[in-house]
Design a protein around this ligand. Sequence first.
Ligand code: TMP
Ligand code: ASP
Length: 259
Amino acid sequence: MVRRRQIYEGKAKILYEGPEPGTLIQYFKDDATAFNAQKRGTISGKGVFNNRISEHIFTALKGIGVPTHFIRRLNMREQLIRQVEIVPIEVVVRNVAAGSLSKRLGIEEGTQLPRTIIEYYYKDDALGDPLIADEHIACFGWASQEEMNDIADMAIRVNDFMSGMFAAIGIRLIDFKLEFGRVWENDYPRIILADEISPDGCRLWDMKSNEKLDKDRFRLDLGGEAEAYQEIARRLGLLEEEDASSVLDLDTHRKKRGR
Ligand code: TMP
Ligand code: ASP
């Protein structure tokens, strides 16, 4: 096996050097963390589902003119991406109150917000990713005003597109997190969508039953997390019935053999 240089290991993904300069390989792990990695576990087959789901969404976003780091999927757990300078900001878009918004402001989970909210968090595990304001971003130079305008515009376009895409398969897009990166083209910086879009960083509720079909199943110990990720992939038409069961079977067999 060819050994590749590992560039970075995060909580859910590993980045390896890519085949050409300016590219990386993004590997999706089954590892799951919550509450700033105080809770750790694995979700069988999650990496495979997230790789497919993120490919599907990034490809569709490219189709509506949102620039992304995604180049192509390589195999079950890996995709080729453009190397970017990650902007150290987590961009959270909210349509319905849930999670930290409900907790912080005492708004009942499930309350439809009168307008979409964009929030920014400073990406720093040691600080627990604190909520920040535009003023902090400008003051500390994490992104320019022009870049922040592009980021907010793209976040709204992604939200509009994804809200429709999920509504079409009976799912309510409650909220989600995006990350952006900077690429240099002819000495000019340009912002593109990076990281991933998957049930790890979205809240997705079944429209009829309100059942949670995302990482909250893991965060809140609800059980059935692998099945929830699989259900999202299935509804998006990404898995044939046999494919889905073989992903889960494969992981079950691997575990039985102690690997
Ligand atoms: P929150 O309600 O906990 O602030 O989360 C808002 C959305 O952002 C939710 O869809 C989950 C996602 N998220 C991440 O992807 N990574 C994180 O570290 C956190 C805190 C939230
Ligand atoms: N991914 C985050 C962590 O473990 C938290 C979360 O998604 O809830 O730190």
